[in-house]
Design a protein around this ligand. Structure first.
Ligand SMILES: Cc1cc2nc3c(=O)[nH]c(=O)nc-3n(C[C@H](O)[C@H](O)[C@H](O)COP(=O)(O)O)c2cc1C
Length: 268
């Protein structure tokens, strides 16, 4: 990440919003009331871009980015968002076709935006993007399981299902996304939250573009138990697998939203 702040002196109105918004206090006015990093401010800066986002006149550029290239902030239809949240389903049946590459690109673009504690650069994503690659992982997984004498209860459960023709581990999904975390880069206490937040955003966005997902504990458990299967994800050194989400075009169509009981909430 390039950490730099440049300010257009002509359009800066010296309002101080960028100073106030900075979470680490690394920006101050100079003698002309133009904002900039304090000494070593670039080292303190977490790169959240709040200074850039809040500037009323677009005078401040972060990392050389042009404010005119940003989107208008906001969302105009909260009812539609709630309908999407209520419509999201765990999909366990997928069309046997690749997820179109433009949809994968939409997901990858989105993944730069979920929040992470301290805006840390702590996550790595592996996308298994084609049915063929998923098939290779699936074949190797079941070959490994079939060659084992006895595995954990999860492995034995998956073996039993497989012998009955059911792929409980991958649900025949044509794609999968795995998130890994470098705990030394994550803010302490955020190592487990950061990856799950990222996949939760992806989960919802995926449904909005016609994809289905499955949070699959079973996939994760198998990956963690069978290290050679996990190695197929080519997770870079220093990163630990945190979660896996199966992904694809659903072959099931839901006709209506479910109707949940109210969540267990107390308002103090
Ligand atoms: C963390 C997590 C792990 C899950 N693991 C599995 C799994 O291993 N296999 C499976 O079929 N469903 C799995 N699910 C899906 C849940 O069973 C599902 O979310 C729940 O039944 C509600 O259905 P819905 O997601 O369609 O609302 C998992 C869901 C979550 C959030």
């Amino acid at each position: 990440m390039i950490k730099s702040i440049t300010v257009d002196k002509e359009t800066c109105i010296h309002c101080g919003m960028c100073l106030q918004e900075c979470v680490v206090g690394c920006i101050a006015f100079d003698s002309e009331k133009i904002p900039g990093y304090i000494l070593d401010g670039d080292k303190m800066c977490v790169g959240c871009q709040h200074c850039f986002a809040v500037c009323p006149t677009g005078a401040l550029s972060f990392g050389g980015k042009n404010p005119a290239d940003s989107l208008k902030v906001g969302y105009d239809d909260s009812e539609e968002l709630l309908r999407l949240i209520k419509s999201r389903r765990s999909v366990r049946f997928f069309k046997q076709q690749d997820v179109p590459s433009e949809k994968i690109s939409m997901l990858t673009e989105m993944l730069a935006y979920p929040p992470k504690g301290g805006n840390a650069d702590s996550l790595h994503f592996t996308i298994v993007g084609t049915l063929e690659k998923m098939q290779a992982i699936k074949n190797f997984t079941y070959d490994t399981i079939q060659s084992m004498d006895k595995g954990s209860p999860v492995i034995e459960f998956c073996r039993e299902k497989f012998n009955k023709g059911i792929d409980f581990i991958y649900r025949s999904a044509p794609s999968m996304i795995a998130v890994s975390v470098d705990k030394s880069r994550a803010i302490p206490g955020c190592e487990n939250a950061d990856p799950i937040i990222a996949l939760s955003y992806l989960d919802l966005y995926a449904q909005s573009i016609g994809l289905g997902t499955l949070w699959s504990d079973c996939t994760l458990s198998v990956m963690n138990e069978l290290s050679k299967v996990k190695a197929m994800l080519k997770i870079p050194a220093g990163y630990e697998l945190n979660y896996t989400l199966l992904l694809g075009i659903p072959s099931v169509t839901y006709q209506r939203t479910v109707q949940r009981e109210a969540a267990n909430i107390q308002i103090l």
